[in-house]
Design a protein around this ligand. Structure first.
Ligand code: AMP
Length: 280
């Protein structure tokens, strides 16, 4: 695996090695787990070579404590990337992503997607994500971009950015990889209080229940039943919402949407967990 920390060295290597062929790109914040590795495998199935970036992007953290505490086990990440046969690791410093004088404005309107679900709870988060993913795509110029369904809203927003800017890249969204308990894998899971960990799979179990309740119950009934179940289990619930799978707008009756996804965000102790499931 080749490791590059500057845009210039990455560009030279890609330019000098046309045999790399079609590139699949997997942007990450590091602290890699099986979910990230599944995205890499998907990239390998779909393209000739894979490029993974590890960049803990400060502009997408609305909470400075979360940024400071974000795990950064780089040596283990490199070990996992080598084992998964990644071709290129891009490990940029802040100055490479945000050089002085570069206009970072992304001329799109995705406000209908950023003002719902995670949006109100994480001000500035998606603006940060859009800016960094656009910048990384401009640098890597991949054939396809692999993202996880785990961050459902994020992949919907990036998909919309690609459409609006007519970027020549295919977005592939990979299903959520879970621990045997059903808990969606996340780099933040290592920070869950061990005493609270047995409660963590409640989110997945509740999503499964929502799926079973469709279509016998109304969307409102499912939202309130599932929200209450999560609260009763001891979580601090932010939302349990049924939304249209592409517009992310609320589904109030089953005829509203051709496909509906249930999205949940809740705090378990001081760790914020998100998860989702496509109901139909
Ligand atoms: P992150 O490092 O958390 O920014 O995640 C990098 C990419 O991996 C994003 O596209 C995530 O949606 C995806 N990802 C994270 N966790 C999972 C998971 N459990 N299953 C599938 N994809 C995931």
């Amino acid at each position: 695996m080749q490791v590059f920390t500057t845009v210039e060295s990455l560009h030279s290597y890609i330019h000098e090695n046309p045999n790399l062929g079609r590139l699949a790109f997997i942007p990450t914040l590091g602290a890699l787990h099986q979910g990230h590795l599944a995205l890499m495998q998907r990239g390998q199935d779909h393209c000739d070579s894979i490029v993974v970036s590890i960049f803990v992007n400060p502009t997408q953290f609305n909470n400075p404590k979360d940024l400071e505490k974000y795990p950064r086990p780089l040596a283990n990440d490199i070990y996992l990337l080598e084992k998964q046969n990644a071709d290129i690791l891009f490990l940029p410093k802040n100055e490479e992503i945000y050089p002085d004088g570069l206009n970072m404005h992304v001329p799109i309107d995705v406000s209908h997607l950023t003002t719902v679900l995670e949006g109100p709870n994480r001000p500035g988060h998606f603006e940060g994500v859009v800016t960094v993913v656009k910048r990384l795509l401009d640098i890597v110029k991949p054939h396809c971009l692999i993202m996880g369904q785990k961050d459902y809203q994020q992949q919907a927003i990036i998909g919309e950015m690609i459409r609006q800017l007519k970027m020549p890249v295919e977005l592939i969204t990979h299903p959520t990889i879970r621990e045997p308990s059903g808990l969606a894998m996340s780099s933040r899971n290592v920070r869950i209080d061990p005493k609270l960990r047995p409660l963590a799979p409640t989110l997945y179990q509740t999503l499964l229940e929502a799926k079973k309740m469709y279509p016998r119950y109304t969307p409102k009934q499912i939202e309130s039943h599932c929200g209450k179940k999560i609260l009763d289990a001891g979580f601090n619930l932010e939302y349990f919402s049924l939304v249209h799978s592409s517009s992310l707008q609320s589904v109030t009756q089953w005829g509203d949407a051709t496909s509906t996804v249930a999205c949940v965000a809740a705090w378990l102790g001081d760790i914020r967990l998100i998860d989702n499931m496509i109901l139909y």
